[in-house]
Design a protein around this ligand. Structure first.
Ligand SMILES: [Fe+2]
Ligand SMILES: [Fe+2]
Length: 330
């Protein structure tokens, strides 16, 4: 390899670093470089460009910087010695999902609307909190008035799932930090809570395949998340029982909501979801058949919500030091 090429490569791979240091330019010229085969073959600048840059540096003019496209360390892809140009492999969404239940046909169709009557002050507080929130949200979002069409359904599902993914993550983090801080075991709750958070997020990812929210919608999600994360975190530190009961009642409402959605699919304005193909992410995540429809997706989501309902009512009825009865993915 010629000395000329060595200098060229050094300057254009380290042009910004050398800015303002004529010493470094000299050092670069005088010191031998170890370059890869690719660098040795790649002529990254012309002789005139190199000479001009050196001249400018020596004159103290550092305004003319090399074109970043010619800098090896700014290249976006790792160009190796092989002549083949491999396209980056697109990994399907949900490939690295945590274990989660895969529902049978019977389980999907046997979900019932249930209600656990509140007992005592904590349960009643959680219940009326959820009822107030639900009624307020129905009015503000316009869901309770006019015809429920696809636009309304997707808006509701997307917004609610951005909120539904919060409690599991906050509860898992709180218990995780508690375990670290007090140097005590967790009793196996964390994984179940993380699975719930991810499951809710996958509901969101699925709905987003059908609708991209507006900028205003995204701002409202940011506002809601900021408020809800703060409030739920403080509540969990004060009373985990209240929080799990609250989520239990929230999930009761989620089951009602998705049951109503299925009724709309069966009889009303959403009948096209009976035949509309499911997004691939849902097929992969819930292991649905390749010809699954949006109705199958809603059935799977509703079964998930019924599971969250059971898990959270169970956790709310346990002491924080009781062992979690739910195994990973169950
Ligand atoms: Fe959900
Ligand atoms: Fe849920």
């Amino acid at each position: 390899m010629s000395t000329k090429t060595l200098i060229k490569t050094c300057l254009f791979t380290n042009g910004r670093v050398l800015t303002g240091t004529t010493f470094s330019v000299r050092a670069a010229i005088s010191q031998p470089l170890r370059l890869s085969g690719y660098q040795q073959r790649c002529c990254v600048a012309t002789k005139a460009e190199v000479n001009e840059i050196i001249k400018k540096y020596k004159e103290g003019d550092f305004n003319k910087l090399p074109n970043p496209d010619k800098l090896l360390h700014f290249r976006k892809t790792d160009q190796t010695d092989t002549s083949e140009t491999e396209k980056p492999h697109e990994v399907p969404m949900g490939t690295h999902a945590l274990p989660h239940p895969i529902w049978s046909e019977e389980e999907l169709h046997n979900v019932q609307i249930t209600h656990k009557p509140p007992e005592g002050f904590v349960d009643k507080s959680a219940y009326y909190c959820v009822q107030t929130m639900r009624k307020a949200f129905d009015i503000v979002s316009g869901f309770s008035t006019g015809e429920r069409n696809e636009f309304k359904w997707l808006k509701r599902i997307i917004f609610l799932e951005t909120v539904a993914g919060v409690p599991g993550m906050v509860a898992a983090m709180t218990r995780h930090l508690h375990s670290l801080r007090r140097m005590q075991r967790d009793y196996g709750w964390i994984h179940t809570l993380l699975e719930e958070a991810e499951n809710e997020r996958m509901h969101l990812m699925t709905a987003l395949q059908l609708k991209q929210p507006s900028r205003l919608f995204k701002w409202s999600v940011i506002g809601a998340q900021g408020t809800f994360v703060g409030l739920f975190s403080i509540s969990y530190l004060i009373s985990p029982k209240f929080c799990h009961r609250f989520v239990g009642y929230l999930e009761e409402e989620a089951v009602k909501t998705y049951t109503k959605c299925l009724q709309d699919i069966e009889n009303c304005s959403m009948q096209h979801w009976k035949t509309q193909p499911s997004p691939q992410v849902a097929i992969d995540y819930w292991k649905l058949s390749e010809d699954a429809t949006m109705k199958d997706v809603i059935l799977a989501i509703r079964a998930d919500e019924a599971h969250h309902r059971l898990v959270n009512h169970t956790l709310a009825s346990m002491k924080p030091t009781d062992y979690n009865p739910y195994e990973p993915g169950k």
